[in-house]
Design a protein around this ligand. Structure first.
Ligand SMILES: [Zn+2]
Ligand SMILES: [Zn+2]
Length: 629
């Protein structure tokens, strides 16, 4: 604040006295101020006429939580004075975006902010959750998440090691690369650099930013908040190995435009690229070397003098070194997809090389040539393990294990050590006489039926999936309970008394169907709190009999008492009466989960003539009874 990079400003915000807090925009509801619209709207936007709103503009605003009318209250906030830092910031952006090869989408998003004109940005919020502002006057406020999150990069390092300044205050020797989706760009190219520049200290600032567009899911959009798509825990549940996920997502990385995740595409890439190209090449080479003498090399890499003079091998070596150059160039520019493709090119060429050489014939006809092909190929296997390790570390570890090499023997590809030049003679990577490990298949085919299963399982949103799972579990539970519950024989009873007497049929346990459930629409004549239980209501429900039945329901947490009065509900009438906290319940009020949510339930009935009492589900499935409620 001393150097004026931070200023204080008073804003007007709605405050709810009942909830004792300032209300976030979306927690205010009221009427749209747009005269021709007048629809009910949220504090940030009217969804009817699409007008962006300030919550103080709403007519008759209400707190969404408690329905109380909030009042306008002044609140002071801290602002980052971006306009004052403009020159320093523009310098940084112009220099670094060129030197750091920023991706085009990062440059665009940054320029869009600059073009709009830099405004002071509010960095505090009236929220309970967050990092508290370390200042007496602002101790009840927290920092805006995009002010404090990038500081977290530094503070996380500092809590890891006292030597954190070696990385974060060492711009001459440290290059900082950051990766993110396009919606987070301005916080890393404008907000955080401004924070650092404002301190006047010598920080390591971001050099390269690699920004992706969006990855869409099947026909729609991935959405973490809506739960649409496949997420980390789902990916684990599929039993598809991590290296396959990593390969597919990186090969499909939305570097310049949006890309699409589809199960069919995942299957195609796994089966044709990983299994038939990469896995096949490595397995063919290692299996042949592992064969016993007479058919192979007894697991020992053969010697192959003058490999560089073997025509086919010479051509392969030239291609390989070109791929390695392309790989390095792409990786330097953070074009990860191109890097991965270059590595896979080596594998494709390797397969073609094996095929053309007809090594299985050479083994008997020209053993020297066969040894050259095998020694060169095993070198490619090693090279592939090294080049692919940033993409699929678990895969590389496994290949090195099968090669009987330790993970530390991973090639560093440093120019100084001449390791790049080694790609020109791939037969030299693994020395003659080296004993390899035991070869094993590296990838497993993904079958059509599995793809169909995954596609169906991960359709819709996570909430729908979990409420479906919960509904299935609930249905099973109810079915199991019913098996253990003695049902009376259906039919309309004259009065509640007789209800308890009808539990004669033991065979009901065996052939239980929904048709046996006596579900009726009843009218709650009166409802009150149970005198001895906080969670229970006691209702008098008219189910078309001489006298109303007394029913006890555990709905206090979910449905307000006034909404229970005079309400039509579905009632299961042929359960054995049970006493709940001293009051005998002669039926059960049925409730269902709302769409897309498992909780809270509702028990609204839309049947207009409630006197048409007994409901007869046409299908003998519990599910159909549920959906009728
Ligand atoms: Zn409107
Ligand atoms: Zn409130």
């Amino acid at each position: 604040m001393e150097n004026n990079w931070l200023t204080e400003n008073t804003m007007q915000q709605l405050y709810c006295d009942m909830c004792q807090k300032f209300l976030a925009d979306r927690l205010v509801e009221g009427t749209c101020p747009n005269k021709v619209c007048n629809a009910s709207a949220r504090g940030d936007q009217c969804e009817t006429c699409s007008t962006l709103l300030n919550p103080t503009e709403l007519i008759d605003p209400k707190c969404k939580v408690c329905k109380n009318t909030p009042r306008i209250r002044d609140t002071d906030h801290l602002f980052l004075e971006l306009p004052l830092l403009r020159d320093k910031l523009v310098n940084y952006i112009n220099e670094t975006s060129v030197a750091g090869l920023w991706s085009q989408n990062a440059i665009q998003a940054t320029n869009a902010w600059l073009k709009e004109g830099l405004k002071p940005r509010c960095i505090t919020r009236d929220l309970k959750w967050g990092v508290p502002v370390p200042h007496e006057k602002y101790k009840d406020k927290v920092f805006y998440v995009w002010f404090d999150a990038p500081i977290g990069y530094v503070s996380i390092t500092a809590s890891y090691t006292p030597e954190w300044e070696k990385w974060w205050k060492n711009p001459d020797n440290v290059e900082l690369f950051q990766f993110m989706g396009k919606d987070n760009v301005p916080f890393h190219t404008i907000m955080f650099p401004s924070t650092l520049l404002g301190t006047g200290e010598k920080w390591t600032m971001m050099k390269t930013i690699s920004v992706t567009e969006y990855l869409n899911y099947e026909a729609g959009k991935f959405s973490k908040s809506k739960g649409i798509g496949v997420f980390g825990n789902d990916a684990k549940d599929t039993n598809i190995p991590p290296e396959v996920w990593r390969y597919y997502l990186l090969m499909n990385r939305p570097e310049v435009s949006d890309t699409l995740f589809t199960w069919a595409d995942l299957q195609a890439k796994l089966n044709s690229e990983l299994l038939n190209n990469l896995g096949n090449f490595i397995n063919r080479v290692l299996s042949f070397i592992a064969k016993e003498a007479g058919a192979g090399y007894d697991s020992v890499v053969p010697d192959a003098p003058n490999a560089g003079e073997h025509t086919l091998t010479k051509i392969l070596a030239e291609k390989t070194s070109k791929w390695v150059e392309q790989y390095l160039d792409a990786m330097e520019k953070v074009k990860l997809k191109q890097g991965l493709k270059s590595a896979m090119g080596i594998s494709s060429d390797g397969n073609a090389y094996l095929q053309e050489s007809q090594f299985w014939k050479l083994y008997k006809e020209d053993p020297a040539a066969c040894a050259i092909v095998m020694k060169t190929s095993v070198g490619l296997v090693y090279l592939l393990a090294c080049l692919l390790s940033p993409f699929m570390p678990s895969f590389s570890d496994e290949v090195l294990r099968q090669l009987n090499l330790s993970p530390e023997e991973n090639l560093s590809l440093s120019e100084e050590k001449g390791e790049i030049a080694k790609a020109k003679s791939p037969w030299d990577f693994v020395p003659a006489g080296h004993r390899i490990g035991k070869p094993a298949p590296l990838f497993k085919e993904l079958k059509d039926e599995d793809v169909a299963l995954h596609r169906e399982k991960y359709a819709g949103s996570q909430a729908e999936r979990s409420s479906k799972a919960a509904a299935d579990a609930e249905a099973n539970k109810v079915a199991n309970q019913l098996k253990g519950t003695k049902l009376s024989d259906g039919g309309t009873k004259k009065g509640p008394k007789k209800q308890s007497g009808g539990s004669k049929s033991k065979t009901a346990d065996a052939d239980i169907t929904v048709a046996k459930l006596d579900i009726r629409v009843g009218l709650i004549r009166k409802a009150e709190k149970h005198p001895d239980a906080d969670s229970l209501y006691v209702e008098e429900i008219d189910v078309g009999e001489d006298t109303p039945r007394t029913v006890v329901s555990g709905l206090v947490k979910f449905i307000p008492l006034e909404e229970m009065q005079n309400r039509k509900v579905c009632v299961l009438c042929n359960l054995k009466p049970v006493a709940m906290r001293g009051i005998k319940s002669h039926a059960m009020v049925l409730a269902r989960a709302r769409r897309g949510r498992s909780w809270p339930p509702s028990c609204t009935v839309t049947v207009s003539s409630w006197r048409a009492t007994k409901m007869c589900p046409s299908q003998p499935r519990l599910e159909s009874a549920r959906s009728r409620q």
